[in-house]
Ligand binder design. Structure first.
Ligand code: PA5
Length: 475
């Protein structure tokens, strides 16, 4: 899609941080003086990210994804067309960074009941993401798909993740039992040369594969083939998604806090964390955007939750991401946000114009408590509730800010993803930590290997067995 400069501006997402400032929150807010005092820190974070962008050795390859995938995108589009022609079901096998992005984009940009639509109204095959190893879930997925008509996109950078490889073993076995050639039903998204999926591909005689580049970690991979292939299969305009990301990148090229939305968000979050705000709530007022919170939770938690600085000093930093949905959670969590401990920053995701307005009919004229709703639209109602919640939080002295997507489409989602990725990279630089590793996740993966008897993990198995407490407290 060709985008005019005017349309880009019209679809530009905006950050409104008025309700973070002391002008509106009083002493609980952040003062212009504090921001000024930390300008140098923000400038250094911006410089670090700008100077190191694209460097694989620092896991900063994701910054270039909007620009360096021209051929890959064409390959993805061709493959997606083929998948749509041949298959009725498309199943992603993956976990963490290899699953949350595809779920988010699917939910944001497809019909909310996509799989229930008749084939004629869907742009692609039915879509599922298996991001767990719950045996019930696996069995029940198999109840609703026809394996002979299914394409499985196995996504794993390492090809060594127990969950994903378990899923693969199961479907490969079932395909063989059904007399199918496994190779015809799988597409791999993995490392270029290393890992088990590369070996499996060779054994199967060359599986159609896409590469997850060296410098792109799982949680920063949505704009790589990890996210782009499933999106393309669903008929999502992946070129527009990448254009949105590039647009946000351009906006954020400025080190000026007043011009760079990702940098000001990172600084506000950093200052809040320094002030004990250990919880970051992300609250989209949009069902389409609800899984942005799951994707963001991994990005923010895994990137910033670290126990040592780059200099090797002990630190224990990070902020616990909490997922909420407007308006649903107004009737669940907002009481806590308004009156509970002062330990949170709430980020609202608002929508300027919903793709449906849905008029509320007049009725119940004798009951003013109900009839006042008639004549409005559901869009007006959800927007009013969003505004009202921000107002109530601000009145109660609670830090909150709003990111507004003028509309939800590929261009605005691309901007949002890139904004969050940059914000995370800047915040990590401010905290002086390694934003791109995940030793805590690796530790759990290794312990699982040991428990299930993977060769080479005998030492850890002995340690785990030895860690069994002498006395247990079980009620
Ligand atoms: O962000 C990350 O690196 C992790 O969440 C990984 O995506 C997740 O552990 C899956 O790893 P892999 O892609 O190697 O299977």
């Amino acid at each position: 899609m060709k985008l005019s400069e005017n349309l880009r501006k019209e679809w530009r997402i905006r950050v409104d941080y008025t309700n973070m400032t002391d002008k509106y929150l009083g002493e609980k807010g952040i003062s212009p003086k504090t921001i000024e005092q930390n300008k140098k820190l923000a400038g250094a974070a911006h410089a670090y990210v700008s100077e190191n962008r694209g460097k694989d050795e620092l896991f900063m390859g994701w910054t270039e994804l909007p620009y360096n995938q021209t051929e890959i995108v064409e390959d993805i589009l061709g493959t997606a067309k083929d998948v749509r022609r041949k298959f009725e079901y498309f199943v992603v096998l993956g976990i963490g960074g290899s699953a949350l992005g595809p779920i988010m984009a699917f939910n944001a940009l497809c019909h909310l009941h996509y799989n229930d639509l008749p084939k004629s109204k869907r742009r692609g095959p039915k879509f599922y993401v298996e991001d767990n190893v719950d045996p019930v879930r696996m069995k029940e997925l198999l109840d609703v798909i026809d394996i002979k008509k299914t394409c499985f996109n196995v996504i794993s950078k390492s090809g060594a993740t127990s969950e994903t490889m378990t899923q693969y073993l199961i479907i490969a076995d079932l395909l063989k039992q059904a007399g199918e050639n496994v190779k015809d039903h799988v597409i791999f998204t993995t490392d270029a040369a290393r890992g088990n999926l590369v070996k499996i591909s060779k054994e199967l005689g060359g599986v159609k594969s896409f590469v997850l580049g060296d410098g792109v970690g799982g949680r920063f991979s949505e704009l790589s083939p990890v996210g782009l292939l499933p999106a393309a299969v669903l008929g999502i305009d992946i070129k527009l998604l990448l254009k949105g990301a590039a647009y946000m990148d351009k906006i954020c090229s400025s080190p000026d806090l007043k011009k760079n939305p990702a940098l000001i968000c990172a600084l506000l979050q950093y200052l809040s964390m320094q002030d004990g705000k250990n919880i970051g709530v992300l609250m989209p007022y949009s069902d389409n955007l609800r899984y942005v919170s799951d994707w963001y939770a991994q990005l923010w938690a895994e990137s910033l939750g670290k126990n040592e600085t780059l200099g090797g000093e002990k630190c224990n930093v990070g902020q616990t991401p909490v997922k909420a949905l407007g308006v649903t959670d107004q009737h669940s969590q907002v009481q806590l946000y308004t009156e509970g401990p002062f330990d949170k920053v709430v980020t609202f995701l608002s929508v300027g114009s919903y793709k449906e307005k849905y008029p509320i009919p007049h009725g119940c004229e004798n009951i003013p408590d109900v009839s006042f709703l008639g004549g409005h639209t559901m869009e007006e109602l959800i927007q009013a509730e969003n505004k009202a919640t921000a107002f109530a939080l601000t009145k109660a002295g609670r830090l909150n800010y709003t990111i507004t997507l003028p509309v939800v489409n590929e261009f605005t989602l691309g901007q949002l993803l890139y904004l969050f990725e940059l914000q995370t990279a800047y915040a990590g630089a401010m905290l002086n930590i390694n934003t791109f590793n995940q030793p805590g996740v690796e530790a759990g993966k290794k312990a699982t290997f040991a428990l299930l008897g993977k060769p080479g993990y005998d030492g850890q198995k002995a340690e785990l067995d030895g860690a069994s407490p002498d006395e247990k407290y079980i009620v």
